[in-house]
Design a protein around this ligand. Sequence first.
Ligand code: T46
Length: 159
Amino acid sequence: MTPLTIDTQIGKPKADNVMSKLVKFAEFGDHRGGLVALEEGSEIPFKIKRIYYIYNTSPSISRGFHAHENLKQVVICVSGQCRFVVESEHGREEYILNNPAEGVFIEGLKWREMHDLSSDCVLLVVASEVYNDRDYIRNYDEFRQLLKRRTGVGLDHGD
Ligand code: T46
């Protein structure tokens, strides 16, 4: 996974960290192949309530385009590649996800977008809450207004 912006940090996520973060997982690979283990309380810094995965997405299709009110997630590209965008009061962070031994940790009010998913891309997402449609903010202007109310930061993207 290659961080593309200066906001990107690599390391173990802290529960109070409001930025998204690239996390490198320990690898237990040997001559037989790779192995990564994700445990609640260590690699996954929250109680795991849901796991889902996204696959068979056409490279011309982008996904996401929403924020969450109350959700922690670790997003791992276990196969293929995609460009994962996270937007918050810190600006837009872009990650090229292509390594099953790395993941993006997200918490707090953040806009997500997924672009350029390769045809073999499988995105595994570990989440802190069960699915709740009411937790989604799907309107970008609403997200920006909420972000400004909560953080005082009005993002200027020149639009
Ligand atoms: C996120 C990004 C990274 C469920 O019924 N249960 C679930 O747990 C999920 C994740 C989705 N769904 C249903 C809701 C929709 O009818 O599956 C359909 C597709 O979901 P959505 O359009 O939200 O998928 P993405 O790829 O845009 O976003 C997903 C997650 O929803 C979201 O939480 O952060 O992946």
